[in-house]
Design a binder for this molecule. Structure first.
Ligand code: SF4
Ligand code: SF4
Length: 284
């Protein structure tokens, strides 16, 4: 017998919430603090036309949910309409945001830890969610965890991955883009994302916006621009986010800094995600 739709969504959300309540959610420091606060979850239809539009905009290497699903389950005759995309937000904690607010050039220790240990947790969560759904009879895959996940060169947008968690979250009703390219969600911009494609019908989360930048004060009202002042290398300007400048800074400067000072890996920065009106809320 089919499980009612509402049960399906709350069941999925509980898998995510329970994992976030586990000891795996950790900054890996002496205090044993969690890396992330309470998660939020959004859902999109696997055949939402925005996924195809994204592929057209970004480039042929970009995956639709169906293409990602077929990489994991090549022999199934599944259609896009039978798939749903589950997307979650992991908000930075108040302690991490507070510490990061006082920094002007390099990421704070908690922020660096959330980018390293917290992202390891996020990777585990993606796989855990996909495994739980699959075991329950709903084959699922976390596109970002597929072996072919990679960064490529998009003609229009420069460096781009073949699956974007932020764009997926936008389609799943979780937020809109800001001047700095980050997604402004109901939990603000100091968040990370994850997603899973599943062969299961789930009601899509309504998008309470029409444009893809509706919740940014710069685009909605011509005000703010505070994130520009937060970037130490002027990678954010009135024309948006300079990905190359940002990339150079995180690869060549902050990655080494956090390795030397905190013993963490990855390429954190995120100075533009705090001390701004959209840090932990929709600013409008
Ligand atoms: S800080 Fe202001 S301009 Fe920058 S993304 Fe947030 S709302 Fe938009
Ligand atoms: S993440 Fe990139 S855009 Fe944001 S403050 Fe750091 S260098 Fe600037």
């Amino acid at each position: 017998m089919a499980i009612p739709q509402t049960r399906n969504r709350s069941w999925v959300a509980k898998i995510i919430a329970d994992f976030c309540d586990s000891p795996a959610n950790t900054l890996g420091n002496a205090t044993g603090e969690p890396a992330w606060g309470t998660p939020q979850v959004g859902y999109a239809r696997g055949d939402d036309p925005l996924f195809e539009s994204l592929k057209t905009d970004i480039g042929p290497f970009y995956w639709t949910p169906l293409e990602a699903f077929h990489l994991a389950y090549p022999d199934t005759g599944v259609t896009a309409a039978e798939l749903s995309v589950i997307c979650y937000i992991l908000p930075q904690t108040e302690a991490t945001r507070r510490e990061q607010r006082s920094e002007t050039a390099f990421p704070a220790e908690r922020w660096a830890r959330s980018r390293f240990h917290g992202e390891q947790f996020n990777c585990a969560l993606r796989l855990h969610l996909a495994a739980e759904l699959t075991q329950a009879g709903y084959p699922a895959v976390a596109p970002e965890r597929l072996p072919d996940f990679a960064y490529r060169q998009s003609e229009r947008f420069g460096i781009a991955s073949n699956w974007s968690e932020r764009h997926t979250a936008w389609i799943a009703g979780l937020g809109t883009f800001g001047l700095s390219d980050g997604l402004i969600t109901r939990a603000g911009k100091a968040v990370r994302f994850g997603s899973v494609v599943v062969r299961m019908k789930l009601d899509a989360t309504p998008r309470t916006y029409t444009g893809h930048q509706d919740w940014c004060l710069w685009y909605a009202k011509g005000t703010c621009g505070v994130c520009m002042q937060r970037c130490p290398v002027d990678a954010i300007s009135a024309t948006g986010h300079d990905k190359s400048k940002c990339f150079d800074y995180i690869r060549n400067v902050t990655a080494q800094y956090v390795q030397e000072h905190y013993g963490t890996g990855a390429t954190p920065c995120g100075l533009c995600q705090v001390k701004i009106p959209c840090e932990a809320r929709v600013p409008l």
